[in-house]
Design a binder for this molecule. Structure first.
Ligand code: ADP
Ligand code: GLC
Length: 482
């Protein structure tokens, strides 16, 4: 019999995306179909979501959901079976999903995402006519309270999985919001929503979950330590028998160099020469000189997590070695300014586009030689997976999912023909310098470089293996509950 899964999240590609979370939430349902699992995904009714719904049906109405009227709409969009929480007072806003254009968080985020989670728990309790999930899987702090609402309500026995995509974002609020959450008094406390005297949404989810997953095996280990645990390592160590590290995959239809409408010319592992047209288009787009030096690309949020300050300090070195850099990103204003400054200093060698541009990110993977990812921590990371698939070799810090997905070009790996990228010690400026120099060196040897590109493009970055692991976990939880 088909297993019915309710997934709850604050982003879903292609309707609303600020990062990898959206890619994962958008791709996993399709991958689970092969495992005999049918998913519906509950997401907030942001303007960009509502405008894509087309024919939608209201399957539940609320007169008073945390003080506002709301409806749950059911719709199919791009193969996704969606439940959309249409609560205009909460979600019909100009700006991003979590804050205004200026980057300030919305003051009522506690209420917006408690509402999303409350509705998730209601659905788990069977309030939709004709559909009740066997299992509930929620993502990050914005949806984590679903597990807490379930645990303290009639759906306590329905298995609940909480996935950590990034422990740096925990959804912490003051103790005063507790009264507004509609939870019973026993939900307060160290075994409930209380967190260092306030309230922690992710924390509440982690103590309530039947299984905790995170998006790579290495990150699952790292978050048990104080450095990466960010205050939650104690709790996570206490529940370690419930913790699973399952790698993300990528949607191999959307990210397919041999049939990608967003690139200048399609190519495959046997037709690598097709990359040249993409390289030319990339050089043109970023105003880069036409020569043989390797083109490094960066497609990233510009933040401390991503090691972008380390990157700025490495640009002169990169240019000095005859390489070029094309960067697409947005984030912290001082970092944006510093990259724009570097582009000014190194015309023809460094090109920078500040902003968010999904199509351009495809062309960069197709035309670039190597993608730089110097993250201080990285739960999984998706851009290195796109890089592998496109033969744009990942140059990555040895942390989290980066360590789990790239094979460093050491002597043994190169001679065995299995190397797919370059790895270096995280948070270490000299190690980053060294890695850039190694890439320039490797790139000079066309035979070695192309062998690495082919090995990279052979890597299995699909969802197949991970979907099997999620399915096995769901089945184990259902067996335990029965
Ligand atoms: P994170 O979620 O931490 O930002 P991931 O590597 O998991 O990191 O996912 C980032 C996703 O966002 C990838 O799909 C990447 O291609 C995309 N992305 C990041 N910045 C940009 C940008 N400026 N323009 C287009 N896509 C971007
Ligand atoms: C988070 C992490 C990133 C991961 C993504 C999807 O945004 O920062 O490493 O790939 O979630 O799981």
């Amino acid at each position: 019999m088909t297993m019915k899964l309710l997934s709850v999240a604050s982003e879903i590609y292609p309707l609303i995306k600020t990062g990898g979370l959206a890619d994962v939430v958008g791709a996993l349902p399709g991958a689970l179909v092969e495992e005999g699992i049918s998913s519906r995904t509950l997401v907030p009714g942001y303007p960009s979501v509502l405008s894509r719904l087309g024919k939608a049906k209201a399957v539940r109405r609320y007169d008073d959901l945390f003080g506002v009227p709301a409806a749950v709409l059911s719709a199919k969009v791009e193969g996704l079976d969606l439940l959309v929480l249409d609560a205009p007072a909460f979600f019909a806003r100009e700006g991003g999903p979590y804050g205004d254009h200026g980057g300030n968080d919305w003051g009522d985020n506690w209420r917006r995402f408690a509402a999303l989670s409350r509705v998730g728990a209601d659905i788990a309790e069977g309030t939709l006519k004709g559909w009740r999930p066997d299992i509930v899987h929620v993502h990050d702090w914005q949806a984590a309270m679903t597990a807490a609402y379930m645990r303290f309500g009639p759906a306590a026995a329905v298995p609940k999985v909480v996935t950590i995509h990034n422990l740096a974002f925990q959804g912490r609020f003051g103790a005063d919001v507790f009264a507004g959450l509609g939870l019973p008094p026993e939900a307060w406390g160290v075994d409930g929503v209380e967190y260092y005297g306030g309230i922690g949404y992710l924390k509440a989810g982690l103590v309530s979950a039947d299984a905790i997953t995170t998006v790579s095996p290495t990150y699952a280990q790292e978050i048990r330590s104080p450095v990466h645990g960010m205050g939650l390592d104690g709790l996570i160590n206490g529940r370690v028998e419930r913790l699973h590290g399952i790698l993300n995959g990528v949607d191999t239809d959307i990210w397919n160099p041999s049939a990608d409408p967003l690139i200048a010319k399609p190519y495959g592992a046997r037709t690598l020469s097709g990359r040249t047209a993409n390289r030319r288009a990339l050089e043109k787009k970023f105003g880069l000189d036409r020569d043989d030096g390797p083109i490094f690309i960066i497609v990233s949020r510009l933040t401390w997590q991503k090691g972008m300050d380390l990157m700025i300090a490495a640009i002169d070195h990169l240019v000095g070695l005859g390489a070029k850099l094309a960067l697409l990103g947005s984030g912290d204003h001082p970092l944006e300014g510093a990259f724009l400054g570097a582009a000014d200093r190194h015309r023809g060698r460094v090109g920078v586009q500040i902003g968010y541009d999904e199509p351009l990110s495809h062309l960069m993977q197709a035309g670039g030689d190597a993608i730089l990812i110097p993250s201080r921590f990285e739960p999984c990371g998706l851009t290195q997976l796109y890089g592998l698939r496109y033969g744009c070799l990942p140059v990555v810090a040895r942390v989290g999912g980066l360590a789990d997905t790239v094979i460093d070009a050491n002597e043994a790996a190169v001679s065995a023909g299995v190397a797919t990228g370059v790895m270096f010690a995280a948070s270490d400026p000299l190690a980053l310098h060294g890695a850039i120099a190694r890439v320039v060196e490797l790139h000079r040897d066309r035979a070695v470089w192309q062998a690495m590109q082919r090995a990279a493009m052979r890597s299995d970055v699909s969802w197949h293996h991970s979907a099997t692991r999620y399915a096995a976990l769901y089945r184990a939880l259902l067996a335990e509950a029965a």
